[in-house]
Design a protein around this ligand. Structure first.
Ligand code: NAP
Length: 304
């Protein structure tokens, strides 16, 4: 397959391209960060007039996976107009352009569309209540994509992994600080379902191969607090878990409001794929092996 990946310099994009290129031809859309990636790059700002049509007509892919977004929650609060363009209007435009051309389209959304007030897990049937600009514009993006293109996949994700900057994921923060003997606090009252980004990528590729359609939760099958996650990272890398201290999000000074409970059920996806989603422990083992084998340096070498 020929796969076009937007946001290929992002945490998901760069790892997805790495997984996709094993069996496919990959073309990434990038604004100029990637100078020596092992796949073709279309250098484009997707918000420029005509950029979407130009990308699709020159790449002529079978599949398009949209990983481009304004994904920083606080940046969304500060620039809501840009958040709407990137998280709502661009996905709608891509969905429509793919439908017209017969390209299978997968769009990435977020677990953060829920306000976290429910006890237990959320399914795809639960009504989202977004708490801030990021989640409002992402939810509007999901709805706009499915209105434009009923064959599209919309995947609500949460992932961690190695990024180009070394600072994009919570796992990298824990690892970096603990390695430098800096203590870290982890929220005990924020529950989420982290998945290794390479597992997210491989599962997305399976969803496209199986021609799934509609809304899916694509997160790790195990829920845990951010504090527990930090402890797991420390243990895996033989770092001091005592340097991870429990903290309540209520005592933090983050700009955007965060949900307390982002436990999402993956039952629909595992049923439709006919297999269980990768366990947290296998993902964490791979994250550690990647580190030992120089994977972070390898992907960082793709940029200037
Ligand atoms: N990280 C998580 O755990 C998480 C959780 C839930 C949902 N998600 C969702 O997963 C998706 C990927 O997230 P991520 O963490 O990989 O995000 P990221 O690291 O911030 O990457 C965003 C990507 O979008 C690109 N982009 C932004 N504006 C653009 C423009 N005008 N034209 C072309 N490209 C543009 C960025 O390019 P530059 O490098 O040039 O800025 C970057 O490649 C997003 O939809 C996000 O909402 C992520």
């Amino acid at each position: 397959m020929k796969i076009l990946i937007t946001g290929v310099s992002g945490l998901l994009g760069v790892n997805l391209a790495q997984e996709a290129m094993i069996e496919n031809e990959v073309i990434g859309v990038d604004r100029g960060k990637l100078t020596s990636a092992p796949y073709n790059i279309l250098k484009l700002d997707l918000l420029n007039p005509g950029a979407v049509d130009s990308a699709l007509d020159s790449a002529r892919p079978n599949w398009l996976i949209n990983c481009a977004a304004l994904a920083d929650l606080d940046a969304c609060e500060n620039t809501p107009y840009l958040a709407r363009l990137m998280n709502t209007e661009l996905p709608a435009q891509l969905a429509k352009a793919c439908k017209t051309r017969g390209i299978l389209f997968a769009h990435i959304s977020t677990d953060a569309v829920f306000d976290g007030q429910k006890e237990g897990f959320y399914t795809e049937e639960d009504i989202p209540i977004p708490l801030g600009v990021y989640s409002q514009t992402k939810l509007a993006g999901e709805q706009a994509v499915l209105a434009e293109n009923q064959n599209a996949i919309v995947a609500r994700v949460n992932f961690y992994g190695w990024s180009l900057s070394g600072k994009r994921s919570l796992a990298e923060f824990f690892h970096h600080n603990l390695t430098h003997n800096k203590s870290m606090s982890g929220f005990t009252d924020v529950i989420f379902c982290p998945m290794l980004v390479n597992d997210t990528a491989r599962t997305l590729l399976k969803m496209l191969k199986n021609e799934l359609e509609g809304l899916y939760h694509l997160v790790g099958p195990q829920a845990m607090s951010k504090y527990q996650f930090g402890v797991e990272i420390a243990r895996k890398f033989s770092l001091k878990e005592s340097e991870v201290s429990p903290k309540s999000i209520l005592s933090s000074n983050l700009t955007a409001r965060r949900s307390h409970n982002l436990w999402l059920s993956v039952n629909k996806l595992s049923t439709d794929l006919g297999e269980s989603l990768p366990e947290f422990s296998t993902g964490l083992n791979e994250f550690f092996t990647q580190y030992q084998q120089g994977y972070p340096q390898k992907i960082r070498g793709y940029q200037l």
